[in-house]
Design a binder for this molecule. Structure first.
Ligand SMILES: [Zn+2]
Length: 89
């Protein structure tokens, strides 16, 4: 959840991503949290380590932040995201 938002006041259900009762509209992704809460002045030319290949929104944020390499465990299923990540480096 975004900083200051009580986890107990928001839904944690899984379901359709556009449902107001599902968690997806409210949670912050790990990539966003890592970039926003970094311990340096910026993340230009850094690597980011994530479990899964970033979603479309996080991929854009990673590119815009100047991160040059994404280390992930799971191979991307979406070819467009994979291509975008490679182009930014
Ligand atoms: Zn994401």
């Amino acid at each position: 959840m975004p900083y200051g938002c009580d986890d107990d006041k928001y839904p944690w259900k899984q379901g359709p991503e556009d449902s107001l009762d599902a968690k997806y509209l409210y949670v912050s992704h790990a990539e966003l949290n890592a970039i926003v809460n970094k311990n340096s002045s910026d993340v230009k030319n850094c690597k980011i380590y994530v479990t899964f290949f970033p979603c479309n929104e996080c991929a854009k944020l990673i590119i815009q932040s100047g991160i040059k390499e994404i280390i992930y465990k799971e191979y991307p299923k979406n070819r467009i995201l994979k291509r975008r990540a490679h182009r930014s480096g």
